[in-house]
Design a protein around this ligand. Structure first.
Ligand code: GLC
Length: 428
């Protein structure tokens, strides 16, 4: 008897084949997709497009896009502003629907109510602008704490519940390991380069201490407050001690590189890092654990930023129906199961979190759906098309603090003034 996931995989393929057969295309066409290349993303994307191409008889061309979310945005904006039909399907960040809305088609006609309901409502709502579905959710992300279970065991340390516990555990291990000759050992790696990833990290520190989410749900600016100042002061104090200064240039892959080569006790990263750290050939295979990010003190909260990506069809595509069909295939339950098992990419469909094969491959995924419900959301719906401008002001202010160029209170006050100047009567 076929396992449930295998049956749904087959059903997905048959459906695509059927759709391919009835679509009014005169001969095979080529669809171009711009998908990500972080970790093994590119391979997984290619495999997904190949099964669609085999089932429909069409061809798919992949173009690689830059790893950093904001660099990718700049490239896509350039292409779309030129009205270019070169790319049919774009992988877009959860924070972009508002920014790119005018260049993307409404997917509702291609993606009915029943299909939409199979995804988390928050993600469908996030991708819906003015009633139009601008992207089909593909995978979600949440900030997680990775730790070296062997090292915590060796020094009799628990998995840290608060940032202060993380700091003291990291210092303890780093000191002892360096003394024992492992001079490259560092305590904690995360994303502190000046880019969107720093916005995600900083929001986690601030929100974990109850320092707000930069903008209130009503759009009022809430950044220069005592909790945010002290949260960022704390992180600035780590740098140059158990966190190396190099972290100020790290993105996701830099942090993973250090952690995976065995040179860090803790890492903040997205779920994809799990599958790679645990893969054959990884120097830390079997030595890694994953947990919610620490709370800001015992009264604080675990705050992981919500990330993730969807698939959107360009308004300038010459083949919107086929591009939408490819998006439907790539985001299908069968594909999300495959990507979850092979790459720990978090599904956007709650049902996949109960899938036995997924849970057998990555037991921690079962608990992620609960974490996701409590995730911290960047204020991209409030800032809308100006989100990138907003986030740039924030991440630059944080980078100045972490690199010691400005005191936390001054830098946040200056960022708040800048945000106010761009607001309408103090509201975004
Ligand atoms: C991940 C997240 C995305 C976020 C980016 C920042 O790719 O999924 O939402 O913007 O990291 O680096």
């Amino acid at each position: 008897m076929l396992k449930k996931w295998a049956r749904s995989a087959l059903m997905g393929l048959t459906l695509s084949a059927l759709i391919g057969a009835i679509l009014p295309v005169a001969g095979a066409v080529e669809i171009t997709i711009a998908c990500g290349a972080v970790g093994i993303e590119s391979r997984l994307c290619r495999e997904g497009t190949e099964s669609w191409a085999a089932a429909t008889g069409h061809r798919v061309r992949l173009i690689q896009s830059p790893n950093l979310s904001n660099n990718r945005l700049a490239l896509f904006q350039q292409m779309l502003a030129a009205g270019s039909s070169d790319v049919d399907l774009f992988q877009i960040d959860v924070i972009w629907p508002g920014i790119l809305a005018t260049h993307l088609i409404d997917l509702n006609p291609y993606y009915g109510e029943e299909q939409r309901q199979a995804h988390w409502k928050t993600l469908i709502d996030n991708n819906t602008i003015g009633g139009e579905l601008k992207a089909i959710p593909w995978f979600t992300d949440i900030g997680l704490l990775y730790y070296r279970s062997d090292l915590l065991d060796k020094y009799g340390l628990p998995v840290p519940e608060t940032w202060s516990q993380l700091a003291s555990a990291a210092m303890r291990v780093v000191d002892a390991e360096r003394e024992a000759g492992r001079v490259r050992m560092t305590g904690f790696v995360f994303q502190a380069r000046a880019y969107e990833g720093l916005t995600c990290n900083a929001l986690e520190w601030i929100a974990s201490y109850g320092g707000g989410q930069i903008l209130s749900p009503g759009g009022a600016i809430d950044l220069h407050n005592p909790r945010a100042v002290s949260a960022l002061n704390q992180v600035a104090g780590w740098i140059g001690t158990f966190v190396s200064k190099g972290v100020l240039t790290y993105d996701e892959e830099d942090a993973r590189g250090v952690f995976q080569s065995g040179n860090a006790v803790f890492m903040r990263n997205w779920p994809y890092a799990w599958a790679l750290a645990q893969a054959d050939g990884s120097p830390v295979k079997g030595l890694v654990g994953v947990a919610p990010l620490p709370k800001g003190g015992i009264d604080g909260r675990h705050a992981g930023t919500l990330g993730g990506w969807g698939l959107a069809v360009s308004r300038y595509s010459k083949h919107p129906a086929l591009a939408a069909d490819l998006a439907r295939h790539l985001t299908s339950e069968a594909e999300q199961i495959r990507r979850a098992i092979a790459g720990a990419f978090n599904p956007t469909r709650p049902a996949v979190y109960r899938n036995a094969a997924v849970l057998a491959a990555h037991p921690f995924m079962g608990s992620l759906s609960e974490l996701m419900d409590n995730a911290v959301v960047r204020p991209s719906r409030i800032a809308g098309e100006r989100y990138n401008q907003f986030s740039t002001i924030f991440w630059n202010a944080v980078h100045d603090i972490l690199s010691g160029r400005a005191a936390a209170a001054d830098s946040l006050a200056a960022a708040e003034r800048r945000l106010r100047r761009l607001s309408r009567n103090g509201r975004w």
